[in-house]
Design a protein around this ligand. Structure first.
Ligand SMILES: Nc1ncnc2c1ncn2[C@@H]1O[C@H](COP(=O)(O)OP(=O)(O)OP(=O)(O)O)[C@@H](O)[C@H]1O
Ligand SMILES: [Mg+2]
Length: 366
């Protein structure tokens, strides 16, 4: 359910600060403006649950081929939703629909209290978008490009300059501030695009593969930016192929496959729902790798992988009891197990099991 002071009265120009507050990060929003405090108190009294992004039954086809089918999720203010999926799963299409760049064929979406169909303008004022391909004027300098975005979002001249400086510092762009964007390397362009997306502190951020092409410093800056944006109450939709990054940053995950949601929830609940509670790794002689992989895969594994150089076979299993049974079967088959390890399953195991299980082409292979 939604509660909004903004839905019928969007401020012109710059996006309003978040007008939604909810328990998970309420402390971050508490103590902001008197309006926010009053809104929080009202919601706390009513026990109402609110979302910054609410998506329900979203569908889209291109040339008769479904790209999204019945996609639903929500994002609470001050939280990060990680939208995951193999290439072509529908992540960018979802982001483009929610950013009002593509019309959905079915379903409903409400972003910052604005309905996608009836008030796309309100959504555009509420979001910061960093798309898969950076889109900034190549003939402006980096500083000019950021100042232009700030002015387009309704900031006056001096605040625009301050905002450009703040974000150039955040993404360590000072050394290229006076150069034309067309001379930037790919990773530096990506940093500038991320800086542009954060201008004006929008309440909702759509980050489509934001770390693609970033070096470790850029990735760290992005992580810090996401944390500080959520701390002020922003809701973030993040797509990434870096599963560890999703695990680190996201409060909730949605895994898409062939345009459908195949799993949704916290990282722990996504892992549990996929039946992956334990990751068993065994190192065996090179000659035994194939037979070991077959034995382990037949032991109820949700995924398995083989590392040829280290002769290590890894499987995700539903319980440590199953892992013990799998080890016993290896020994019964005469496999010489050199070493074994039990760990928590990785998100990658679960991702492979979910996306491989739905599509014969990757069936149960890492
Ligand atoms: N403009 C378009 N015209 C036709 N088909 C499209 C268009 N945009 C996307 N598609 C198709 O929709 C499906 C989903 O594409 P989308 O770009 O959303 O995937 P993705 O999950 O973002 O993939 P990636 O990880 O490669 O970025 C794909 O089959 C893609 O080919
Ligand atoms: Mg994409």
């Amino acid at each position: 359910m939604h509660a909004s002071g903004a839905a019928s009265d969007p401020s012109p120009g710059i996006a309003r600060r978040t007008s939604y507050v909810s328990e998970p990060r309420a402390a971050a929003v508490r103590g902001r403006s008197p309006v926010d405090r009053q809104l929080y108190a009202r919601i706390a009294r009513s026990g109402e649950r609110v979302s910054a992004v609410e998506v329900s039954g979203l569908g889209k086809a291109f040339d008769g081929r479904p790209a999204l089918e019945d996609v639903s999720f929500s994002i609470a203010p001050g939280t990060v939703l990680g939208l995951l999926g193999v290439n072509g799963a529908g992540k960018t299409t979802t982001v483009r629909i929610l950013s009002t760049l593509v019309r959905p064929d079915a379903g409903r979406a409400v972003v910052n209290g604005f309905d996608l169909r009836s008030n796309p303008g309100g959504i555009r004022k509420s979001i910061g978008l960093s798309g898969q391909n950076a889109a900034l004027d190549a003939y402006l300098t980096g500083r000019e490009a950021l100042e232009l975005v700030a002015r387009l979002r309704g900031l006056p001249s001096r605040p625009s300059k301050l905002e450009a400086t703040r974000l150039m510092e955040r993404f360590e762009l000072g050394f290229v501030a006076g150069q034309q964007v067309r001379t930037y390397s790919g990773g530096i362009k990506r940093r500038l695009d991320l800086a542009a997306c954060l201008i004006g502190s929008p309440p909702v951020l759509f980050l489509d593969e934001p770390t693609a092409g970033l070096d470790p410093y850029g990735r760290r800056a992005l992580r810090e930016a996401v944390r500080s944006e959520t701390a002020r109450g922003a809701a973030v939709l993040l797509t990434t192929q870096q599963l560890e990054e999703a695990e680190t940053l996201a409060d909730e995950l949605v895994i898409l496959h062939d345009g459908r949601v195949v799993s949704r929830g916290s990282t722990a609940s996504v892992k549990a729902a996929a039946g992956a509670a334990v990751r068993l790794s065994v190192t065996v002689a090179a000659a035994d790798v194939e037979s070991s992989a077959n034995i382990l895969a037949a032991s109820g594994a949700t995924s398995h992988s083989t590392s040829e150089d280290e002769c290590e076979v890894t499987v995700a299993l539903a319980s440590s009891r199953e892992a013990m049974g799998a080890i016993a079967r290896l020994i019964d088959a005469g496999v010489d197990v050199c070493s074994l390890r039990l760990d928590e399953p990785k998100l990658e195991d679960v991702f492979i099991s979910l996306t491989g299980a739905c599509d014969g082409s990757h069936a149960r292979q890492i």
